[in-house]
Design a protein around this ligand. Structure first.
Ligand SMILES: O=c1ccn([C@H]2C[C@H](O)[C@@H](COP(=O)(O)OP(=O)(O)OP(=O)(O)O)O2)c(=O)[nH]1
Ligand SMILES: [Mg+2]
Length: 162
């Protein structure tokens, strides 16, 4: 058996428990679901009270009907679904959206319509996906000088013309 790398206490082979709370009035909304065994993301379902029309260029904050509590050292990212983006131009404006470990409010999805047609978001429709990630606990230490590297300050394409 191969050993799991140590990620500061979080073992990749261990399941990490994240608490999810359905918010009142959302008993009919599906909880986030993985659509295949090893999917990265849990698909998120729209908790709009009635169908919401998103016209070309319009954006809207879509409720999901749940809140989370996850251990320190995790975050959740809200990412677009590629099918909605490809077929309809529907994506998440602030992708990847950041759900902080200490956030206890309703998880929301900021959608924008980059397509040419109005897109209707129905209750309980899958609108985005949520991927959990580990976030190392960092202390930022101010210094007056940084070490030297081969790259130095080169960036923004300095290694080639394309
Ligand atoms: O797509 C998103 C992005 C954020 N949030 C919630 C959870 C997150 O923990 C909180 C704050 O998000 P962020 O830090 O991106 O927003 P901000 O503009 O910096 O607001 P704040 O000052 O509250 O941190 O809003 C969502 O529900 N969905
Ligand atoms: Mg913030």
């Amino acid at each position: 058996m191969r050993p799991s790398p140590d990620l500061g206490g979080i073992s990749l082979s261990e399941r990490i428990e994240v608490f999810i709370k359905r918010l009142p009035g959302n008993e009919d909304i599906a909880l986030p679901q993985k659509m295949s065994e090893l999917a990265s993301g849990f698909d998120l379902y729209a908790a709009v009270s009635e169908p919401l029309d998103l016209g070309p260029g319009e954006r809207a904050l879509i409720p999901t009907g749940f809140a989370l509590a996850m251990p320190a050292g995790l975050e959740a990212q809200i990412r677009p679904r590629s099918g909605l983006a490809f077929k309809h131009g529907i994506t998440s404006l602030n992708t990847p959206g950041t759900i902080d470990a200490d956030y206890r409010g309703e998880v929301k999805v900021l959608l924008i319509n980059h397509g040419k047609e109005t897109f209707t978001i129905n209750r309980n429709e899958r609108i985005a996906q949520m991927v959990f990630q580990t976030v190392p606990l960092i202390t930022l230490t101010e210094v007056s000088e940084l070490d030297e590297t081969e790259r130095g300050a080169g960036g923004f394409g300095h290694t080639g013309t394309k």
